[in-house]
Design a protein around this ligand. Structure first.
Ligand SMILES: C[S@@+](CC[C@H](N)C(=O)[O-])C[C@H]1O[C@@H](n2cnc3c(N)ncnc32)[C@H](O)[C@@H]1O
Length: 510
């Protein structure tokens, strides 16, 4: 029997028995994945409920993707315990999975009794429907759409699943002017439209929207419509991610519709373990979302270390174009070039570089023990995939959850690896000068800078997953060329320790 469907991104140490979803078969697991069906543990639901700020005498609550109703129940419980209670609560809960409707109704019946005891009038509408299909016509204002109910409060843990650009969800959302690459973004975007002005939203979602390149339209739309008041992250990936294949960190946010942008945003964090203390601080709104940033990244400035990393990075004056550098994603997608891959170098092959060739700051090739192929046939058909010999700075696109650093940079040096061409596999980003190599001094300085703790700390403020995209690397500020070269001259050849790199970077750059 598989375990209960506690959200793998959430709190460790939760008793699975809290969940009414006990999955018993592979079909259940498929359904769980298909519907993004992961429940919010009660302590997280209660924390989320505590974030609403505005007192209302009438609460019109929307819970989209309600599951068994944990979030609504937590909020209603809080409202019933308040000294200044609302007079009326109405809730509309959408849930697509028929199997959840019974437990959802039972939970809301419990809420009704609680409200009765507290003297609050209560009504609940449970809709066993697809929220996107139901909400899009309301947002579009279609003639025959059921009259759009008014909501001033929404609490959600929406389903997380990528939606392909040709999927029906994507097209439906697009018809309402919403560009969303993941179900959760579609849910949030619809809710921001369904909320009344002044309405509050508290949501738990993956952190990917904070900087993911595909989420740019979503970020723009969301930040325009909503005033972001609070961001909460779980510190420890291991505590917060009890599950397996989940590479995302989660974030909880609170935002108010149509209100002016606040001066400050509350940023808080907790370990992710049940009952762990929450530490919080105020950050300037412009530190969280910079008015000059075309990408509208959302930065999680979490503490003094993060503050100083951010200050250092924003003090750097160069950008990649100023340095005459570009960063691209490795062109060899191995499964598409299968017929050209060779386990070991042969006469007409070029080196093929994967992350497994990273070794103490420099590429070590060939790697005889690696399961990955070491070479790619070099001919007319693969010419476009290869780059000329030279010195390149490579950065892993994916790091393992347990890896200490998010940005891992390494130098490819064709003086060590004698080959006229080289292939960089798609799991790498590579820095280049118009498709050609850098000088060794600049490459050493750049790699040391990228490998420094300051860059890592800064980077984590806007990147909550284990992926390092070329867009992320393009968005960074960099030291000047002279500064990087000065640093590069001080970098000893192989295998410098992290402490040594940090000391040199600090001495030369900050
Ligand atoms: C991440 S779970 C969260 C459940 C619940 N809100 C909680 O916090 O425990 C998302 C829920 O959305 C439901 N869901 C998935 N797609 C949906 C859709 N298109 N419309 C409505 N509900 C959907 C799933 O069945 C699942 O119960």
């Amino acid at each position: 029997m598989t375990t209960a469907a506690i959200h793998p991104n959430l709190i460790a140490g939760e008793a699975p028995a809290l969940s009414p979803f006990v999955l018993t078969s592979l079909a259940d697991l498929d359904k769980q994945h298909e519907l993004g069906q992961f429940l919010t543990p009660n302590p997280v639901a209660e924390f989320m409920a505590s974030l609403f700020e505005i007192h209302r005498s009438e609460v019109h609550l929307l819970d989209a993707g309600a599951g068994a109703g944990a979030l609504s129940a937590a909020l209603i419980g809080r409202l019933c315990r308040e000294p200044r209670k609302p007079k009326q609560i109405s809730i509309t809960a959408y849930e697509i999975d028929a199997a959840q409707i019974e437990p959802l109704r039972a939970r809301l019946d419990g809420c009704r009794r609680e409200c009765e005891r507290a003297g609050i009038s209560f009504s609940a509408t449970v809709l066993n429907e697809d929220f996107i299909a139901a909400a899009v016509p309301m947002v579009r204002g279609d003639l025959f759409a059921s009259a759009s109910p008014r909501f001033n409060t929404a609490i959600i843990n929406p389903p997380y699943r990528k939606i392909r650009s040709d999927s029906s969800f994507r097209l439906l959302l697009r018809s309402a002017g919403i560009e969303a690459s993941n179900l959760y973004a579609g849910f949030v975007a619809l809710i921001t439209r369904l909320l009344d002005k002044g309405g509050e939203l508290v949501a738990i979602t993956p952190r990917s929207f904070c900087n993911g390149p595909y989420f740019k339209p979503f970020r723009e739309d969301f930040l325009e419509a909503m005033s972001l008041r609070r961001l909460h992250v779980f510190e420890s990936r291991s505590a917060a991610f009890s599950g397996d294949a989940v590479l995302q960190e989660n974030i909880i946010f609170h935002a108010v519709k149509g209100a002016p942008k606040p001066e400050q945003v509350t940023i808080s964090n907790s370990s992710g373990a049940s009952g762990s203390p929450v530490s919080e601080r105020q950050a300037e709104y412009r530190e969280v979302v910079s008015p000059d940033d075309a990408e509208q990244f959302i930065h999680l400035v979490e503490g003094d270390t993060q503050d100083s990393a951010r200050a250092i990075m924003s003090g750097l004056s160069a950008s990649l174009p100023k340095l005459g550098l570009s960063v691209s994603t490795g062109r060899v997608v191995d499964f598409r070039a299968k017929e050209f891959l060779r386990q070991q170098p042969e006469r007409d092959t070029a080196p093929l570089i994967y992350p497994c060739h990273f070794n103490g700051g420099f590429v070590h090739w060939p790697n005889e023990k690696a399961r990955k192929p070491n070479a790619i046939v070099s001919n007319e058909q693969t010419r476009e995939l290869l780059v000329p010999a030279g010195v390149y700075v490579l950065v892993k696109r994916f790091t393992a959850k347990e890896e200490r650093k998010r940005i891992v940079a390494c130098i490819y040096d064709s003086h060590q690896i004698h080959a006229p061409l080289v292939g960089f596999e798609n799991h790498l980003n590579y820095f280049h000068v118009n498709g050609h190599g850098l000088t060794m001094t600049l490459a050493k300085g750049l790699a040391a800078f990228l490998n420094s703790t300051v860059v890592d700390v800064y980077f984590r403020q806007f990147n909550g997953h284990t992926q390092v995209n070329a867009t992320d690397l393009r968005s960074l500020n960099y030291p000047t060329k002279a500064e990087l070269e000065k640093l590069g001259r001080r970098i000893a050849d192989p295998g410098m320790q992290q402490d040594e790199i940090d000391v040199l970077v600090e001495e030369e750059l900050f």
